[in-house]
Design a protein around this ligand. Structure first.
Ligand code: HEC
Ligand code: HEC
Length: 336
């Protein structure tokens, strides 16, 4: 391999250690293997974790990714809108980071197709971290330990935006959540893992409620960008702003429902502060004449309620059974 080296004087560090992502056996059949842009390594994941919690990424050194994506809140922001380092307020809710290794549509409007690409944006976003990549790289070079960490992860000490985002994406791929009471019941065969109300809710979710037609069992998302009829006239164009196609107007990502009970508020603009409001929206308030409404939404009622009060409670119990305490408290995901 010596002949392939571009620069023979360049220091070649140690070969990084392969990272074995442990997934339950059923995941392979139900969801499929996690697509990888590069092999995960122990050193790459560890560097990514450090960078995820690194405040030097923001202009004034006060904000890290974790400021808006908190582990105990399923790596989401429970504020309706996140606030940038200069106090500016955005117009979308920060979504959860869970099982995103399978996602090809990142952000509410699906404008990024990889975790690596996504991680570029918050750093330079003028209402988020408000920084530039050359400044980030310069700062990281000045912090003791980073040269060694980049060398361990990537074989040489260069620090740039590509490597920072590659490392963060490696860490994000390890943020997998498959140990909720629902998982123990459905995939693990533990009949007592969820209560009768959650079981009734699951039945509605899968059949009459039509929920699983978009929030597909497994990751509880089909990773598509759709219009679920929130508004007759959507204020935020969603995917339409990205593609400029009228047929994409008002379409947003079907987000995962894993850990949904701990990631309020809900929808792209955080308009619903609790799950009761979400369930009541689907029960009776869907805007059927919204442009580009998804055809699945035609099964939702135009008048009256799809779900009785008791059924609404059952759906909420079921959604609560998707909370994975081991994910929310896993020390491997916490600030290093
Ligand atoms: C100021 C708050 C804030 C910071 C800091 C921030 N984010 Fe976000 N994040 C958001 C918001 C808001 C969205 C949704 C924005 C949108 O859809 O337009 C989002 C979306 C995401 C998504 C998309 C999830 C999905 O399901 O598609 C990922 C992944 C993500 N952020 C990772 C990161 C990473 C990595 C960092 C650090 C480099 C970071 N975020 C920093 C607020 C923030
Ligand atoms: C046509 C596809 C579709 C169907 C059917 C559907 N959803 Fe959704 N769901 C979406 C989309 C798309 C979003 C995000 C919409 C937005 O924010 O603009 C969403 C958002 C949500 C959210 C909020 C997620 C978050 O992170 O804020 C919850 C909770 C939810 N749906 C539950 C359900 C339940 C329960 C049902 C069945 C009663 C259901 N959904 C049926 C597509 C669907």
């Amino acid at each position: 391999m010596v002949g392939c080296r571009k620069d023979p004087t360049m220091y070649d560090g140690p070969i990084a250690t392969p990272y074995h992502l442990v997934l339950p056996a059923w995941v392979h059949d139900s969801i499929g293997p996690m697509p990888m842009n590069e092999a995960l390594t122990v050193e790459g994941v560890e560097l990514g974790r450090k960078l995820f919690y690194e405040t030097a990424l923001s202009d004034d050194g006060t904000m890290s990714c974790a400021t808006c994506h908190k582990q105990e809140d399923g790596f989401s922001d429970i504020r309706r809108f996140s606030v940038g380092t200069d106090g500016s307020v955005g117009n979308r809710n920060a979504m959860a980071i869970v099982n995103l290794g399978w996602s090809n549509n990142l952000f509410w409007d699906g404008r990024r197709n990889s975790l690596e690409g996504q991680a570029h944006d918050p750093v330079t976003n003028p209402i988020e971290m408000r920084n530039t990549w050359p400044v980030v790289a310069e700062r990281l070079r000045a912090i003791p330990g980073y040269f060694e960490r980049f060398t361990a992860a990537f074989g040489s000490p260069e620090i740039d935006s590509t490597r920072v985002t590659r490392a963060i994406a490696q860490f994000e791929r390890t943020l997998v959540s498959f140990n909720s009471p629902f998982d123990r019941y459905w995939y693990g065969g533990d009949t007592n893992a969820i209560d009768p109300s959650a079981k009734r809710g699951l039945a509605i979710f899968r059949a009459r409620g039509n929920c699983s037609r978009c929030h597909t069992l497994g990751n509880f998302t089909d990773d598509h960008v759709r219009n679920n009829g929130l508004d007759l006239m959507p204020e935020d164009p969603g995917l339409g702003e990205v593609t400029n196609l009228p047929t994409d107007f008002g379409k947003f990502k079907t987000t995962t429902l894993r850990n949904i009970a701990v990631t309020p508020p809900y929808m792209h603009d955080g308009r619903f502060s609790n799950l009761l409001a979400v369930v009541q929206f689907y029960s009776s308030h869907t805007a059927h004449n919204s442009p580009n409404i998804d055809t699945v939404m035609h099964h939702f009622p135009t008048t009256g309620n799809a779900f009785t009060w008791d059924e609404q409670m059952d759906l909420i119990s079921f959604l609560g059974s998707l909370t994975d305490e081991t994910f929310l408290t896993n020390p491997a995901f916490a600030a290093p």
